[in-house]
Design a protein around this ligand. Structure first.
Ligand code: GDP
Ligand code: MG
Length: 170
């Protein structure tokens, strides 16, 4: 049938990892080189069809700055899905991503589908985080992992699609 499933989704990760850019790519099919920093959090909604069902994502794009950290639980509590984003050319952002995963696993909802996105996959020349390292970490922590590029659109629809598929299954 034509069931619509609402799904709250939150993006978490370091400032500059590309959270807003992933959302902009997914929702509007656009990319900007000088994406403005998010203040607090921004809301978007986008539907995605999976077979004969529709998932309506209610997307909370968080800021990532430490000074907004205390707001994060408002966004991830009750979230059906989370995308934890790091920048493959920034090892520090991967460390921050792991902290977010820990926090989600400690404070979040056990049923939240968590995806790990190694963003800026186009920046292979300046890569600091190896695919194998991230893949192993994801497997050990029950996340699913993809490298994405908001710039080239690589795997952006795919990561949202895979989340939708898992939500409908679960
Ligand atoms: P946020 O703080 O996590 O929301 O990160 P933004 O979406 O604001 O992106 C930070 C910067 O990285 C911006 O200048 C973006 O244009 C750039 N950026 C985001 N995604 C990509 C990507 O996939 N590839 C490249 N090369 N740059 C990106
Ligand atoms: Mg942002």
């Amino acid at each position: 049938g034509n069931k619509i499933r609402n799904a709250k989704l939150v993006l978490l990760g370091d400032v500059g990892a590309g959270k807003s850019s992933l959302v902009l790519r997914f929702v509007k099919g656009q990319f900007v080189e000088f994406q403005e920093s998010t203040i607090g959090a921004a809301f978007f909604s986008q539907t995605l069809a999976v077979n004969d069902e529709t998932v309506k994502f209610e997307i909370w794009d968080t800021a990532g700055q430490e000074r907004y950290h205390s707001l994060a639980p408002m966004y991830y509590r009750g979230a059906a899905a989370a995308i934890v984003v790091y920048d493959i050319s920034n090892q520090g952002s991967f460390t921050r991503a792991k902290k977010w995963v820990q926090e989600l696993q400690a404070q979040g909802n056990q049923n939240t589908v968590v995806a790990l996105a190694g963003n800026k996959a186009d920046l292979v020349e300046t890569r600091q985080v190896q695919i194998e390292e991230a893949k192993t970490y994801a497997q050990e922590n029950g996340l699913f992992f993809m490298e994405t590029s908001a710039k080239t659109a690589t795997n952006v629809n795919d990561i949202f699609y895979e989340i939708a598929r898992r939500l409908l299954q679960g």
